[in-house]
Design a binder for this molecule. Structure first.
Ligand code: UD1
Ligand code: PEP
Length: 418
């Protein structure tokens, strides 16, 4: 089994190029199913998840090929199957994002229920409520969700009880080919929603308001493939910002978009980190003494849940006590016990973690329980005394392109073994 071995104590400096966003690229690849001609997608990160969604599309009869490094060509002309099997959906929940496009283009979809995962139960009721409102009939059986419509989907007014990212994306994709107007109220406002809407609009869709609290979609009859470059990954950028902060380093994040990083930047500044926002990237300068600050995760533009564990790692070595509250997922504190094994002082009280800063962490064998928990352990390893050996790193490979190469370039001592 592969592991990462991090020897702590190196101050990071230099420049790191931020890759295309995992959470934008996955729905965008799924949306390519809606096009009757080929799409060319650029700034595609080399991630396990990109491989998985490409496999899902391949299973549906769609040709996905790599033209050159960082570019994918998706040709949906050969769409021949409407089923996403358990083996693939189980690997990556975002596979469920093919349901909206399949339903809109082929009138049917059969997708394995994703089930829960390490960070929570993660239901899909809001996706299904949206599809039903658009006229689909939904049947659940044998672990699969089947959605069907005899006629073209029909636009509707849909209110989301919670601004779910995936439900917003799935409904937006389905409504793009529906008859008439869909008004989506209380949708997610994440930058990845805007990137998907921009992609769909260049394919010929008519979507207005993505990134605000009401999205209006005027259905069209056909969408065509197009060329699109994916936005930079704000969570990868945030992770390297914490890496700079925790090692007291100086790191330039090439291509990071500061507008997408506001909540992370604000909290890091509060903690005493110096951040300069430039047009082509972000400069981060650490401080000798990080201040403890409280954080509460919320849907965008609130503090991202995908940065909670990394920020917690920073707080484990801060001066003072911080309270980190997770409101988006009910079970996203799996990294806490691992951080405690490294010497962190953390107490969980309901949805909050009370983190009392300690002078130092110490390296030991730890396990990545999910993607961001894994990232948090890498960050902890960067400052811990001695060696930190991280197992189950397939979680980290889902969402961080070449993390070993990028950190090594910045001066970290990190190797992949096994
Ligand atoms: C591939 C991708 O983009 N993943 C991101 C996406 O996940 P994902 O799209 O799964 O996250 P959602 O925004 O849907 O989930 C947020 C909350 O809503 C709940 N919920 C969601 C759907 C539903 O039908 N019913 C329901 O109750 C979930 O259980 C969770 O508690 O947004 C999350 C929240 O920013 C991020 O952490 C993930 O990295
Ligand atoms: C939770 C995440 O991803 P996913 O929704 O794909 O599990 C994440 O990117 O942190």
């Amino acid at each position: 089994m592969e592991r990462l071995i991090v020897s702590g104590g190196k101050r990071l400096s230099g420049s790191v190029k931020i890759s295309g966003a995992k959470n934008a690229v996955l729905p965008i690849i799924a949306a390519s199913l809606l096009g009757t001609t080929t799409s060319r997608l650029e700034e595609i990160p080399a991630l396990e998840d990109v491989g998985t969604i490409s496999e899902v599309l391949g299973h549906l009869g769609v040709a996905v090929s790599k033209e050159e490094e960082g570019t994918l060509i998706v040709d949906s002309a050969g769409l021949s199957c409407c089923e996403a099997p358990y083996e693939l959906v189980r690997k990556m929940r975002a596979s469920f994002l093919v349901m909206g496009p399949l339903l809109a283009r082929a009138g049917q979809a059969r997708i394995s229920l994703p089930g829960g995962c390490a960070i929570g139960t993660r239901p899909i009721d809001l996706h299904l409520k949206g599809f039903e409102a658009l006229g689909a009939e939904i049947v659940l059986g044998h672990g699969y969700i089947e959605a069907r419509t005899k006629q073209r989907l029909k636009g509707a007014r849909i209110y989301l009880d919670f601004p779910s990212v995936g439900a917003t994306e799935n409904i937006m994709m389905a409504a793009s080919l529906a008859e008439g107007q869909t008004i989506l109220e209380n949708p997610a406002e994440e930058p990845e929603i805007v990137d998907l809407a921009n992609y769909l609009n260049t394919m010929g869709a008519r979507i207005r308001g993505a990134g605000t609290n009401v999205i209006r979609i005027e259905g069209v009859k056909e969408l065509k493939g197009t060329t699109h470059a994916v936005i930079p990954d704000r969570i990868e950028a945030g992770t390297y910002m914490v890496a700079a902060a925790i090692t007291g380093g100086d790191v330039w994040l090439e291509s990071a978009l500061s507008e997408h990083l506001k909540p992370v930047t604000a909290k890091l500044k509060e903690a005493g980190v110096t951040i300069e926002e430039k047009i082509d990237g972000v400069m981060v300068r650490g401080t000798a003494s990080v201040k403890a600050v409280d954080v509460k995760t919320l849907p965008y533009p609130g503090f991202p849940t995908d940065m909670q564990s990394q920020f917690m790692t920073l707080m484990t070595v801060a001066n003072g006590t911080s309270v980190i509250t997770e409101t988006v997922f009910e079970n996203r504190f799996m990294h806490v016990d691992e951080l405690k094994r490294m010497g962190a002082s953390i107490k969980i009280e309901g949805r909050s973690a009370i983190v009392e800063g300690v002078p130092k962490l110490t390296g030991c064998p730890v396990k990545a329980t999910d993607l961001r928990a894994g990232a948090a352990l890498v960050l902890a390893g960067l400052v811990a005394d001695g060696k930190t050996e991280i197992s189950c790193i397939h979680h980290i490979d889902r969402g961080y392109e070449d993390i070993v190469g990028k950190l090594t370039n910045l001066g970290a001592d990190i190797v992949r073994v096994g």
